[in-house]
Design a protein around this ligand. Structure first.
Ligand code: SAM
Ligand code: TMP
Ligand code: ZN
Length: 398
């Protein structure tokens, strides 16, 4: 039994994936045998409903100069972040000298549009890869207060796929309180637990994703730290996310979308023990079905390649016991992953040409959240008779 990272009430475990390596710790073949492992298990708080991991990895171990994820890799995500920036420019960055802050800008994909519009901006990004004005510190109460002193109050603090990565979420809200102007807002978007349940997308569960938000748990969390959930908006990216807008209590009216989404969550009984037990059963089923399929294809002499050496795929390969015997290589566009092997499962990572120069019979789509973009790009694979294996919401071939 562990205690909720938000409200300290007991957290009840509903799935244990066993021992896992760090999801983005790609290693050279020589480093095999020298990996860090932790217990990947997930539970829900009995009081505030926050779904969270039971073990916490120190942030410096996950996010450092060698962090291999680059947001701009996906054209769909690039368009999404440009559109996000344009919306902020139109509705929240309209005062005399507006100031936008981002937490976890990664390669600067969102703030580049803000920079090009001539608007003051600053990113907190410990991996230090931003092509925009970047502060190399982790965002917390202290670093936020420093920026407040040097740059003045922020109108917007934005974060995508980052707040769910920060176990000390109280420090994020304290930082927002220190840095935001009186009417300023903290806007963040992360994978939605309702989608994880709905799609059985268990591979969203890995070390970086510490929290799995619902509208209800984010509202409780905001109130716990003296803020209010002002708006919530569903987004179609990364397998279904919600964008939350938080402000100081009473700083703006709460939109009707919040009540609407809360009612849907109550209706779906998202964090009821019976819902979580049924999810656990479906995850176990996916493991059995995927292993059976891959073993059958290997026995039939079919060639299978992995597509996308995602962080998510670490959960799939390590939980399902999928190694190079079943999937001899995985292709990925990220140069720093090439020549390495995947964490724990030790599947070699190769450049996209390894896929397109000699198409396999099947491609196991680890980057299923980019399915539309990837399938459009890889039409020739299908035309050559290739088939995609997808494992959410259940194992199927398309
Ligand atoms: N925002 C990008 C996107 O949505 O594609 C990047 C998401 S990536 C999964 C998370 C990023 O947040 C990493 O680049 C990491 O270095 C950064 N990060 C994690 N914790 C942070 C913190 N406390 N303060 C600032 N950045 C942080
Ligand atoms: P993500 O699912 O966390 O966004 O990670 C996507 C991974 O998939 C990343 O390592 C880049 C890789 N990728 C490709 O190899 N080809 C593609 O077309 C896309 C969109 C991503
Ligand atoms: Zn709690």
């Amino acid at each position: 039994m562990s205690n909720c990272r938000v409200c300290r009430a007991p957290v009840h475990e509903f799935f244990d994936f066993g021992r896992h390596p760090l999801s983005q710790a790609f290693i050279t073949p020589e480093q095999v045998g020298d990996e860090f492992f932790y217990r990947l298990a997930i539970g829900a708080c009995e009081s505030c409903g926050m779904v969270q991991l039971l073990e916490e990895i120190p942030p410096e171990q996950l996010f450092h100069k060698g962090y291999p994820y680059h947001s701009s890799n996906s054209t769909v995500m690039r368009a999404h972040f440009e559109e996000t920036a344009r919306r902020f420019l139109a509705d929240r960055l309209t005062g005399p000298d507006p100031f936008m802050v981002e937490i976890g800008c990664n390669d600067g994909v969102t703030l580049q549009t803000v920079r090009d519009a001539g608007v003051r901006h600053l990113a907190f990004e410990p991996t230090g890869v931003g092509g925009v004005r970047t502060h190399g510190a982790f965002f917390d109460a202290e670093s936020a207060a420093e920026v407040r002193a040097s740059d003045g109050p922020a109108d917007v603090i934005y974060a995508a796929n980052t707040i769910c990565d920060i176990p000390d979420i109280g420090a994020v809200i304290a930082g927002a309180d220190a840095l935001l102007s009186p009417q300023g807002v903290l806007v963040f978007e992360d994978p939605y637990f309702g989608e994880i349940i709905g799609r059985t997308s268990f591979d969203q569960i890995y070390d970086e994703h510490f929290y799995f938000f619902t509208v209800g748990s984010v509202r409780s969390m905001a109130r716990h730290f003296g803020f209010e959930l002002l708006d919530a908006e569903w987004l179609p990216v990364h397998g279904g996310q919600i964008r939350y807008t938080l402000g100081r209590a009473g700083s703006a009216p709460v939109t009707p979308a919040v009540a609407r989404l809360l009612a849907a969550e109550e209706n779906d009984r998202l964090t009821d023990p019976s819902t979580l037990a049924a999810f656990a059963d479906r995850v176990t089923r996916i493991r059995t079905d995927l292993r059976e399929l891959l073993e059958r294809l290997a026995a039939d002499g079919k060639r299978v390649a992995g597509y996308g050496a995602t962080a998510k795929s670490s959960t799939v390969t390590n939980y399902c016991g999928i190694g190079p015997d079943l999937v001899p290589f995985v292709c990925d566009t990220t140069p720093s992953k090439h020549g390495k092997v995947t964490p724990g499962a030790h599947i070699p990572v190769r450049p996209p040409a390894a896929f397109s120069d000699d198409y396999p019979d099947y491609a196991l789509l680890f980057a299923w959240n980019h399915a539309e973009e990837i399938m459009a790009k890889e039409e020739a694979f299908r035309a050559a008779g290739g088939k995609w294996i997808i494992y959410v919401p259940e194992v199927h071939i398309v």
